[in-house]
Design a protein around this ligand. Structure first.
Ligand code: A2R
Length: 317
């Protein structure tokens, strides 16, 4: 009997890589999408894609009742910090109420399912510099609406796991990127600007935000491998960092991207790209996931950025 795998946000950046990773003769992959127009739904990423708003409690319940999945990866969310400031109510309703509707539907119709709840390293939100890698038991502090909803979602996941008995594992991925990510995020924003400059579509000036901050970056392909392993081996109710353990300054990311292009490019700070609250250093400790699953990241940042730039070039032809 095939295993029924359900991915919320299956057509998003990470969802489409995850769906690819899980494709096998042993799995039937179901997923949701929710673009503005139903006809824009990419139905090729999974065996069956449903157009479904996770804010719709009745619709979510009917969907879980119909599919009765064995495994659920909960990815659907407002995923950008910037958008979470601009659209606070939508962020709250999608990330928190939507997660509640999903867990409730699972409690009623598929309580034996194994679930991976995808949170974010943004929950650590430390404003004062902490010069060490953060572990799962470090303090959490929401410094933007996105982080607030992800922490609240973790609390919901703990409640449904410990009190309602659902089998939920929690993941805290650190920033990840790769081909296909939206230009709302820093690496694709810069890669796209370079590709546009190369093509002559914009003047040779890159507009950047704060390049001093340091981040623990991963390739999306390593992240979906971690999700798969956590689904296999993660412990119910436990939270796992997904990170490399090494920080890279955004200015080094910028230099790496610029090293792939030959023309002279001027770099200017654009005040619109500066964030209201910026975490100076965000690096994670990955011992827990390594102990539990033996996962470690394999793709070096240089390859990730090279692939990303190639992808951006290909979208402009
Ligand atoms: O608009 P679509 O079709 O791209 O759907 C997005 C979906 N989504 C929703 N689905 C159902 N009901 C909603 N109200 C709703 N709002 C958004 O979530 C998309 O398929 C997915 C998010 O994909 P991306 O924005 O590309 O994010 P990414 O990087 O794939 O992040 C996946 C997860 C999120 O939970 C992040 O917070 C975490 O990883 O880092």
């Amino acid at each position: 009997m095939k295993r029924k795998v359900f991915i919320t946000g299956a057509t998003g950046f990470v969802g489409s890589y995850l769906s690819q990773e899980l494709k096998s003769s042993a799995n039937i992959i179901y997923g949701t999408c929710y673009p503005e127009r139903p006809e824009d739904c990419d139905r090729t990423v999974a065996d069956k894609i449903y157009y479904q708003d996770i804010r719709d409690a009745k619709g979510m319940a009917a969907l879980i009742e119909e599919i009765r999945p064995d495994r659920i990866f909960h990815l659907a969310a407002v995923s950008s910090v910037k958008r979470s400031w601009d659209q606070r109510e939508e962020t709250f309703e999608t990330n928190l109420a939507g997660t509640y509707h999903l867990f409730e539907a699972i409690r009623r119709f598929s309580p034996q399912a194994r679930i991976l709840y995808v949170s974010s390293s943004d929950v650590y939100g430390v404003l004062a510099p902490v010069k060490r890698a953060l572990s799962e038991d470090d303090a959490i502090e929401p410094v933007n609406p996105y982080a607030f909803t992800k922490i609240s979602g973790e609390l919901l996941a703990r409640f449904y796991s410990r009190i309602e008995g659902l089998d939920i594992v929690l993941a805290r991925p650190f920033p990840h990127t790769g081909p296909g990510q939206s230009a709302d995020f820093v690496c694709p924003d810069w890669a796209l600007q370079i590709a546009q400059i190369e093509k002559g579509d914009r003047e040779p000036v890159m507009r950047v935000g704060n390049t001093q901050v340091q981040r623990d970056f991963l390739d999306v392909r390593d992240v979906v491998r971690a999700y798969d392993l956590l689904m296999e081996k993660g412990q119910k109710g436990e939270v796992y960092n997904i990170c490399s353990g090494r920080a890279i300054a955004l200015k080094d990311v910028l230099d790496m991207l610029l090293s792939f292009t030959s023309g002279a490019i001027d770099v200017q700070v654009d005040p619109h790209k500066l964030r209201k609250t910026d975490i100076p250093l965000l690096v994670g400790n990955n011992q827990k996931i390594q102990r539990t699953t033996s996962w470690e990241p394999k793709i070096p940042m240089k390859q990730t950025l090279g692939d990303l730039l190639e992808y951006c070039r290909s979208t402009l032809v």
